[in-house]
Design a protein around this ligand. Structure first.
Ligand code: BES
Ligand code: MN
Ligand code: ZN
Length: 502
């Protein structure tokens, strides 16, 4: 598994490499051997005896480099190979696979900085494909950088991991997944001036074209015709008009399940007339994370040709004050006939999502998952490591949580007690978009529930806490995490496997 190299000229790169090697007292062109162990638990992760490894490290005098989690030791045998010991147990609270992802990430970063090309990893204890994938995923995460606006480009990781035996690894599906992850991150990190609803619709169009997906793009006129008034109301304040983009992937096989993924795509959220405070408002360029993720998800699913029918609905709009902007107190009629009063223009995500949910039902989906940077409240409740999950279906909940757990994305199922739904009743309209007080993330989910057909299996993923990091978290230094994408891809995979069995 090799990540792409940067386009810098080879000779310039070579001499840089030489310099680094010399600076480190480095020699030898061969691979660097890597041993993984958990210092805290005193466990060897790659084959070996933990006590011996720890003893060896303690006694070794030739330490070339040392940090909290990495240690490079030179072994003076006939090969004179540097050997890398990596403590995979540094963080608390991660599961085993996430420890391996972190190890893979750190290794790749270290190798990149030291111009090491190849790392050789011996078989792991209780080895499995999942464990090896996790290490490789860390490598893939390490190679991402959003540097298109920097004059000086980040050096892409050009590191190769070799496993010392030949357990078969499907590098292709991993590459496909990660090109999807990088694609979603690029979209999310893009500033508001460079990614308007129309631009995002064009990007979706070119993907649909390349992959043979059907696509329907509704702009103002078509939205009016079809009664998608949530998008129209939110988008009114901007000269960049709103859009709904629906992509459909249909495999040749007959399918039982039909998934629809609906993404919140606010390309910038100023809050509208209920303007947000200025502190970190710039990060609201990430308010289209949900749409980026569902677009990337259908791209990966189609590229991997999963035997399942999937739609992606992108609800795209810019939320800003303007001459024509929606006002607090405005009322509009949703597609399902309910009237909605806009109490707060900053609670705009739920207004565009009700259109996406209606579209998903019209497409005949059996299972609908929406994903949205919906509430600051979910961030306060679950922090920056765990996404919020709301659902009317035990089965869908289980599949999503399990898929996430396998992929290093944690979800916590939140309650949706109807008691709180009363707070959304309005004196003039059928429903209002915020409650006077109460648990914000739950109330937002209850609002959405009013617009989901009763017999459909539905889940709502609130990623406002996890989609974007201001400071380094796990394998992301700054910016978009694309949290949720791996869960959606894995969920589609699980439903398609279920189908093959039946
Ligand atoms: N896009 C925001 C939510 C958000 C907050 C995303 C922080 C990412 C990080 C959403 O549109 C919003 O403004 N929600 C309001 C709702 C409130 C007005 C009921 C919020 O959470 O403050
Ligand atoms: Mn908002
Ligand atoms: Zn928003």
């Amino acid at each position: 598994m090799k990540k792409k190299s940067n386009p810098k000229s080879d000779s310039a790169k070579e001499s840089q490499t030489q310099n680094k090697r010399q600076a480190n007292g480095w020699w030898g062109e061969g691979p660097v051997f890597v041993f993984l162990y958990d210092k805290r638990k005193k466990e060897a992760i790659t084959n070996g005896v933990a006590e011996e490894i720890l003893q060896f490290i303690k006694e070794s005098e030739n330490t070339l480099y040392e940090s909290e989690a990495l240690r490079v030791i030179r072994i003076d045998n006939e090969y004179s190979h540097p050997v890398l010991f990596v403590d995979t147990g540094k963080e608390t609270g991660l599961d085993q696979l996430d420890h391996l992802r972190m190890a893979g990430y750190r290794l790749a970063k270290w190798a990149e900085n030291n111009a090491i090309k190849t790392l050789m990893i011996p078989p792991l204890k209780e080895d499995s494909l999942a464990k090896r994938y996790a290490i490789l995923q860390g490598l893939c995460h390490a190679s991402y950088a959003f540097d298109k606006y920097k004059s000086k480009k980040h050096k892409r990781t050009d590191v190769e991991y070799l496993f010392a035996d030949n357990m078969e690894i499907d590098g292709n599906s991993l590459q496909t997944l990660f090109s999807g992850i990088d694609f979603a991150k690029d979209l999310i990190n893009e500033p508001g001036n460079a990614l308007t609803p129309a631009i995002m619709a064009n990007i979706a169009q070119s993907i649909a074209h390349k992959l043979g997906l059907t696509i329907k793009i509704r702009k103002t006129k078509e939205l009016e015709k079809d009664g998608y008034n949530g998008l129209l109301t939110v988008g009114r304040g901007s000269k960049n008009e709103p859009a709904m983009v629906t992509l459909s992937y249909k495999p040749k096989q007959k399918c039982i399940y039909h998934l629809a993924y609906v993404g919140k795509g606010i390309t910038f959220d100023t809050g509208g007339i209920c303007l947000k405070p200025q502190d970190k408002m710039s990060e609201m360029k990430c308010d289209m994370s949900g749409a980026a993720i569902v677009l990337a998800a259908i791209k990966v699913i189609a590229e991997l040709k999963f035997p399942i029918e999937v739609d992606a609905v992108l609800c795209l709009a810019e939320n800003r004050p303007g001459e024509n902007a929606m006002l607090p107190g405005d009322i509009f009629k949703a597609k399902n006939g309910k009237t909605v009063m806009v109490e707060n223009t900053d609670a705009e995500g739920r207004l565009v999502l009700i259109d996406g949910l209606a579209e998903a039902a019209e497409l005949g989906a059996t299972h609908i998952v929406d994903i949205a940077t919906l509430t600051g409240a979910i961030r306060r409740a679950l922090g920056t490591s765990i996404g919020g999950l709301f659902s009317n279906s035990e089965g869908l909940t289980e599949t999503l949580i399990e898929s996430g757990a396998e992929q290093g994305e944690k979800w916590w199922r939140m309650p949706m007690d109807e008691e709180y739904a009363d707070s959304l009743k309005d004196k003039v309209a059928d429903i209002r978009n915020i409650a006077d007080d109460g648990p914000g993330a739950i109330v937002a989910a209850l609002f959405l529930k009013e617009f989901v057909k009763k017999d459909l299996q539905w889940a709502h993923l609130d990623i406002a806490g996890v989609d974007f990091v201001s400071k380094s978290y796990k394998y992301t230094e700054y910016g978009a995490t694309a949290f949720g994408l791996k869960t959606l891809v894995e969920t589609a995979k699980k439903y398609s496997e279920d189908e093959i069995r039946s």
